[in-house]
Design a protein around this ligand. Structure first.
Ligand code: ARG
Length: 582
């Protein structure tokens, strides 16, 4: 469906033309004085300069040409603004069309396009920690948003499953269990199907090994193991596969718990087969040059405000690094999916890394001009006191623990307030906890840091996820007391609160588009907070079920029903859902 702003802008342009002025002056904007009007056009002020005439005269002449049935207010005011309020008829017709149309009439701006969202950022053999919360939540929301607006979406977790971290684990395992067949180069039989460690052991092995990096002998072993793994040593590959399997099963469980789901579980290792040919080609074409024994791609550009160092392609010891795998991953993604857009959601401290990779990809032609590359760098989640989040003993808090803390906090409330019968406690708790966590995060601009505050995020009042859920649940309960309502028609606004609510509903599509364009799920949060506020004001000012006029009552019900549907769709895009009762 066309956006209201576009519809009334077109009509305004026609009015300018009809009054004898250039149509391009007829741009309408949302009013910045909602106390005076809903929309406004300031074009007469600019037109006045061109036509050398008082702006108010132009505004008046244009206003006369507008179709009165579209507006309840058309007013030319000094010095030359045109103030507008939509008529009931216009709004009713628009909302009815929204309700009839698939997906509330949002424009499918991504139709026919493919986007890859690279998010999550998990590393194999390391448990997810709180630093993994934001890329998971933001990435999932952006992916769902793109999908809703028509894109073909591919979410890829891009596992950290290659490089030194793997060599460290292999070296440590060899010290602990040297007799395992994986370490015997002469072994030609079949390796055991069962991994020689559990996930808990694995998560202990990695930090231990990592702590020994400074020991030159151990470090050498780990580097050697990394190299041999990458060169394809059979036993190491088999061991690595065990590490991957055990770890991915655990990661999957944790992401499922957050309702975060990836279409692809590819990783850095999947880029490995593309590296040799890519490097050879880059060298042959002179894109990669030698520098102090390494191969690098210079990516500095004229006009750079900061120094952008060359991207290191191959280190002097012959090994590939993080940037190499990211560049090779672009070879794979372009070849397999030819996406129109690739979005990377990681900590903003990786800005420079992505700048280098993107530039190298463009310079080398690995990525063509038709593919947009964008890094959504997010800020840090700090503790309530604004300081980095630490456990009591100074360690990094596991994501699992953070979620468990939130769930426990919410469960206590659910139980204490006897919100639902016992059988529904867990499901209700989980839904509220997820809403608290995700909304608490997504309501902030992604680039900004924020403070994690359990009590505030889980509060049922204020700008929180649970408040949004509460609003939905309240409407659901009214609807179920009313009975079948889906067939009811939207009617003219019964009061000022109804009109505000209707206007808010019409902003659904434009808000989603704006959120997509600036990769900002916080715009959706701000929108549903406003929408929920309108629902609640309407509810408080209007006797809904007590209304005796059945016709009027049906109109109220249709309106809050539509608002509820839009709220529910919006939170689904953000990655959470409402319980039945609250
Ligand atoms: N595993 C990486 C990390 O922990 C994040 C991966 C992000 N994606 C990418 N294509 N580099 O920092």
């Amino acid at each position: 469906m066309k956006k209201i702003l576009d519809i009334i802008t077109e009509k305004m342009q026609q009015a300018f033309a009809d009054a004898g002025y250039d149509a391009s002056f007829g741009r309408v904007t949302v009013s910045n004085r909602p106390d005076l009007c809903e929309y406004q056009c300031n074009g007469a002020l600019a037109a006045a300069k061109q036509y050398k005439c008082a702006p108010i005269l132009i505004a008046k002449a244009v206003a006369e040409k507008l179709d009165a049935k579209d507006y309840s207010l058309v007013e030319a005011v000094m010095p030359g603004f045109i103030n507008l309020k939509l008529s009931d008829a216009f709004l009713v017709e628009y909302l009815r069309a929204m309700r009839e149309a698939p997906d509330f009439g949002v424009e499918k701006i991504g139709a026919g396009k493919t986007i890859v969202v690279d998010y999550g950022g998990a590393n194999v053999a390391k448990p997810l920690h709180i630093g993994h919360l934001r890329p998971a939540i933001i990435g999932e929301a952006l992916k769902r948003l793109h999908k809703y607006l028509g894109y073909e979406t591919i979410g890829d977790v891009h596992l950290g499953d290659w490089g030194l971290q793997m060599g460290l684990i292999i070296a440590e395992l060899q010290e602990r269990q040297p007799d395992l067949p994986y370490f015997d180069p002469a072994f030609t039989g079949e390796y055991p199907a069962e991994a020689p460690f559990t996930v808990d052991e694995l998560e202990e092995i990695y930090p231990t090994a990592s702590g020994k990096k400074k020991d030159p002998e151990f470090s050498h072993k780990a580097h050697q193991a990394t190299l041999e793994l990458q060169q394809g040593r059979r036993g190491y590959r088999a061991l690595w596969q065990h590490i991957l399997n055990v770890s991915v099963a655990d990661l999957r469980k944790n992401y499922d718990n957050l309702d975060v789901h990836f279409e692809k579980w590819l990783g850095e290792s999947d880029a490995d087969p593309y590296i040799p040919l890519m490097v050879e080609d880059l060298k042959a074409r002179g894109i990669a040059v030698q520098s102090e024994g390494a191969w690098v791609i210079p990516v500095a550009e004229e006009g750079d405000k900061k120094e952008v160092p060359p991207m290191i392609l191959i280190k002097s010891d012959g090994s590939a690094i993080y940037a190499t795998t990211d560049l090779a991953t672009l070879v794979q993604r372009t070849r397999d999916w030819n996406p129109d857009k690739i979005l990377y959601v990681t900590d903003k401290r990786q800005n420079l890394h992505f700048e280098q990779v993107f530039r190298a990809a463009r310079k080398s032609g690995i990525v063509g001009a038709n593919t947009e590359l964008e890094h959504v760098g997010h800020g840090t989640m700090n503790g309530k006191d604004g300081k980095p989040f630490k456990t009591r003993d100074g360690g990094v808090l596991r994501l699992e623990q953070l979620i468990a803390d939130m769930v426990d906090f919410v469960r206590a409330k659910v139980v204490e307030n006897k919100i639902v019968e016992e059988s529904a406690v867990e499901d209700t708790t989980r839904k509220i906890a997820l809403a608290a966590l995700k909304y608490g995060d997504l309501s902030n601009q992604p680039t900004k840091d924020y403070n994690f505050d359990l009590e505030r995020f889980a509060a049922f009042e204020g700008n929180t996820g649970p408040y949004i859920l509460y609003t939905i649940v309240r409407v659901k309960s009214i609807l179920s007391r009313y009975g079948a309502w889906e067939h009811l028609r939207i009617q003219a606004p019964a009061n000022a609160q109804a009109k505000d609510l209707m206007l808010a509903i019409t902003k659904f599509g434009p808000t989603l588009e704006a959120a997509l364009k600036s990769a900002a799920p916080n715009l959706i949060c701000a929108y549903i907070y406003e929408l929920a506020g309108c629902v609640n004001k309407f509810y408080h000012e209007t006797p809904i079920l007590k209304e005796e006029n059945e016709e009027l009552k049906a109109g109220h019900i249709a309106l809050i029903g539509l608002a509820k549907d839009i709220l529910e769709q919006s939170i689904a895009l953000l990655g959470f859902a409402a319980p039945e009762k609250m």
